[in-house]
Design a protein around this ligand. Structure first.
Ligand SMILES: [Zn+2]
Ligand SMILES: [Zn+2]
Ligand SMILES: [Zn+2]
Length: 543
């Protein structure tokens, strides 16, 4: 008896699963490709640049691929397990169902034997059937596993639906030719089961599938790719909330106050206090080794140089002085107070480092400290790239909102606070925040701001980097030596605008392209290198 294989090795199921994933992805890409091609021809597309269109459609189709890859990855193990379990049950049923015994030919009453078995899966009902053969009268009958004989359904004429006769005309290794003929209406038709042809078709299909797997499995179906996509689509779910919370935090009054605190190191603290204390006639300030824990605690001693001061006055005055001096910084006098012995005073100071402490120090409560996103979800997806971007965008927008509101009272702009480093959009120098001028035109160092203000360069220079060059850009783009550039300037061929600091020294030269048309005709610029991306149709597009 020829056996049928239901249960195959695991790789077979993995291949089937991956094939479906690949086909689903290719279908999605194809539909975005069509939408993109259609969009390129549309009227509305004329308003956006080619680069933006290409980027937009690449992005959307990638988002859909992430969804497909992520979802397929999530269900993969379970689905394959289910398929294998189903086939294992079928295999077991097929292999181990005993054939019915004592089946007798209904015509000649002889005992029949079976040569062929088949698993029927009709209506999800698994039933084995066996083909019994009468060696004497050649009668054939299908018998179910429980011994019931299968009633053969008569073949019907496709034309008049009357009972028709179905017979084998010719049977060979590769082919069976059937003939149906109807006595009622005279209809007759032959059909061919061409095994050779179906084998060839199956082979062709298998080869196509193999090719698809070889070409796309690595890119679309690996566990690594699937896991990455799955985590991304899960992380996307918290992105709006993360953005909102971050925006709210940085846009809050509490944050502004906390961010405005001066963070002093011990040395800076010592310098600050020494200056104030001397004026108040407290001298010989010394710090002992700090205790480093959750906070930094440092004890100090000093002496009262004003001998006319009594103990009580001396302590109260010093306390008041310290409190006033440390206001607005990250240091506080500890609540155990000051001890006074014969003009020798000691006490302890506490330094804060953590952001949440700053909220408290600044006297503003950090509103709604807890996030709406539960801790576990945050632990799992907080580090995802998409979430990090949302956090940074929220922070940026929150800070931007605060600055824009400040602009209502200071319409020209203002210097930022703190020592975070920014790059000036004109001279490109890295500059700490407290020397950076901010307004809606862009970020410049204070020197460049003054040069714009006094009219040395137009404000457009900040807004549009395509209308001017610096020395190094002329050297690079026009392939000129720096000394040649200087010579051409002296000759007046090249006209530059000198940026000067308040003390009169020059620190940067700006060459407006509009003012140097003749120069650039003689010394044409190399085109600036632009980013090139490949769009959905495979075209290279300059950004
Ligand atoms: Zn018989
Ligand atoms: Zn008929
Ligand atoms: Zn500058």
């Amino acid at each position: 008896m020829a056996d049928y294989k239901y249960l195959k090795d695991e790789q077979h199921y993995i291949d089937q699963y991956d094939l479906f994933t690949i086909k689903q992805c290719l279908k999605a890409i194809e539909s975005w490709r069509e939408a993109y091609a259609k969009h390129l021809k549309s009227e509305e597309a004329k308003e956006t640049s080619a680069g933006d269109k290409a980027k937009m459609f690449n992005w959307i189709s990638n988002q859909e691929l992430f969804q497909i890859k992520g979802n397929r990855y999530r269900q993969k193990k379970e689905t394959i397990q289910q398929w294998m379990d189903d086939d294992r049950i079928k295999q077991d049923k097929y292999d181990n169902t005993p054939e019915p015994e004592n089946i007798h030919c209904t015509d000649c009453k002889r005992i029949m034997h079976t040569k062929l078995k088949h698993l029927s899966t009709l209506d999800d009902l698994l039933r084995m059937m066996f083909l019994f053969d009468c060696s004497s009268c050649k009668k054939k009958v299908w018998v179910y596993e429980d011994g019931k004989v299968r009633e053969s359904t008569p073949d019907l004429c496709p034309k008049c639906k009357a009972e028709a006769k179905m017979s084998v005309v010719k049977e060979s290794k590769d082919k069976i030719i059937w003939k149906i003929s109807c006595n009622s209406c005279g209809f007759s038709e032959t059909t061919v089961d061409d095994f050779e042809k179906s084998r060839a078709e199956r082979k062709k299909r298998e080869e196509e599938e193999k090719k698809l797997l070889e070409e796309y499995r690595e890119e679309l179906c690996t566990d690594e790719e699937g896991k990455k996509s799955f985590e991304y689509i899960e992380a996307l779910k918290i992105v709006p909330q993360v953005y909102e919370e971050e925006l709210k935090k940085y846009d809050s009054f509490a944050y502004q106050k906390a961010a405005g605190l001066k963070k002093l190191t011990i040395i800076e603290l010592e310098k600050l206090l020494n200056g104030i204390f001397e004026k108040e006639q407290y001298i010989k300030l010394t710090f002992n080794n700090p205790e480093i824990g959750q906070h930094v605690i440092v004890s100090f001693n000093l002496q009262d140089a004003d001998t006319s001061r009594k103990e009580g006055d001396s302590v109260i005055n010093l306390q008041k002085t310290i409190k006033g001096t440390l206001e607005g910084t990250n240091w506080r006098l500890m609540s155990d107070g000051l001890s006074y012995r014969l003009g020798y005073i000691s006490g302890r100071l506490k330094g804060y480092e953590r952001e949440e402490d700053f909220f408290e120090l600044s006297g503003a409560k950090k509103e709604e400290k807890s996030s709406k996103i539960d801790h576990e979800t945050m632990m799992r997806y907080g580090g995802n790239h998409a979430v990090q971007i949302a956090r940074l965008s929220g922070e940026f927008q929150g800070i931007e909102n605060v600055r824009k509101r400040r602009l209502e009272k200071e319409p020209d702009g203002f210097l930022l606070e703190g020592d975070e480093i920014y790059t000036c959009m004109v001279c490109k120098e890295n500059t700490p925040g407290n020397r950076i001028w901010w307004n809606l035109d862009g970020i410049t160092c204070f020197d460049c701001h003054l040069n714009i203000k006094n009219g040395s360069i137009p404000v457009e220079v900040v807004k549009n980097s395509d209308i001017w060059l610096q020395n190094w850009q002329i050297a690079d783009e026009c392939s000129l030596h720096t000394s040649t550039i200087q010579k051409l300037r002296r000759q007046g061929v090249l006209k530059g605008k000198e940026l000067t600091r308040e003390d009169g020294t020059s620190y940067c030269t700006i060459y407006l392209i509009d003012e140097n048309k003749e120069f650039f005709e003689k010394h044409p610029r190399k085109p600036r290198q632009r980013m090139v991306i490949t769009d959905l149709l495979g075209n290279k597009i300059e950004l």
